[in-house]
Design a protein around this ligand. Structure first.
Ligand code: PEP
Ligand code: MN
Length: 262
């Protein structure tokens, strides 16, 4: 298998960020890009902190078709403007092959969401893209299915894949999903790809995020992707799990001693 070697991959994102090496990758930002002012506020607050990269959805995979579906192309324009102004690379979700070109033009990393982990045509097409891919684990995907999804991208020509554990569906809705730290440890052993953790979608509640995030780093994760917002309770999506910008920075600042001890 293309994912199976013992030499950990270090993947470059944008000009100055890497993942899989010595440095932790911390990505922060809202669930959804809502406006230029919102993304400006996020970037201005996070730029001087250990958060190295921004997230924000322009094309959103919403459970209900009646929920806000994202700003689309206008959201990509906002992301790329803010990215350049604050020198922070951006990751945003791609849901369809038809969106790849526009997103690859303006984002530094393309995210495949949980709901598309086995969209094999999308994975094959991302194999032909010259940008790294953030592949999130499916809602109920086994590790074998997850690794084969990554294989689709690698075997189609793109070696720059970062795996993301974001919680798997189980019986108890108290936490939105169940963060599988066993998967993080196992994936680090059976693949050479960087593995990051999304404690926001894994928990669904902001007061659970920091604890899971620190646990993930202690388990050997190469980084985190965390949702935060200038006014968390006003987020258009996933408001309940969004951290304040202050809490985001405090979390990022608390990680270094944990990473150093792993
Ligand atoms: C997201 O990161 O915005 C998202 C929708 O996450 P997931 O695909 O893990 O549900
Ligand atoms: Mn979200």
């Amino acid at each position: 298998l293309a994912t199976q070697t013992h030499n950990p991959s270090v993947i470059r994102i944008g000009e100055s960020v890497t993942v899989g090496g010595e440095d932790l990758l911390v990505i922060g930002g809202p669930c959804t890009v809502e406006s230029l002012a919102q993304m400006e506020q996020v970037a201005r607050h996070l730029a001087p902190s250990p958060v190295q990269m921004l997230r924000g959805g322009a094309f959103k995979p919403r459970t209900s078709p009646y929920s806000f579906q994202g700003l689309g192309d206008a959201g990509l324009t906002i992301l790329s403007e803010v990215s350049q102004r604050y020198n922070l690379p951006v990751v945003t979700e791609v849901m369809a092959v038809s969106q790849i070109e526009a997103i690859a033009d303006r984002a530094d990393m393309l995210q495949v969401g949980s709901r598309n982990m086995q969209n094999f045509d999308l994975l094959k097409a991302l194999g032909e893209v010259n940008k790294p891919v953030l592949l999130k684990r499916g809602l109920a995907a086994t590790l074998e299915e997850f690794v084969f999804a990554a294989e689709y991208i690698l075997s189609s020509g793109n070696p720059n894949v970062v795996l993301c554990e974001r919680g798997i569906r189980s019986f108890d809705p108290y936490t939105r999903n169940v963060l599988d730290l066993g998967a993080v440890v196992a994936l680090k052993q059976i693949t050479h790809l960087p593995v990051i953790v999304d404690p926001s979608h894994a928990s669904g509640k902001r007061e659970l995020v920091a604890g899971l995030a620190r646990g993930a780093i202690a388990a050997g994760a190469d980084g985190l992707i965390v949702e935060c917002h200038p006014e968390p309770e006003k987020s258009v999506s996933d408001a309940r799990q969004a951290l304040s910008l202050e809490a985001m920075v405090a979390l990022a600042e608390s990680l270094r001693p944990i990473a150093a001890a792993v």
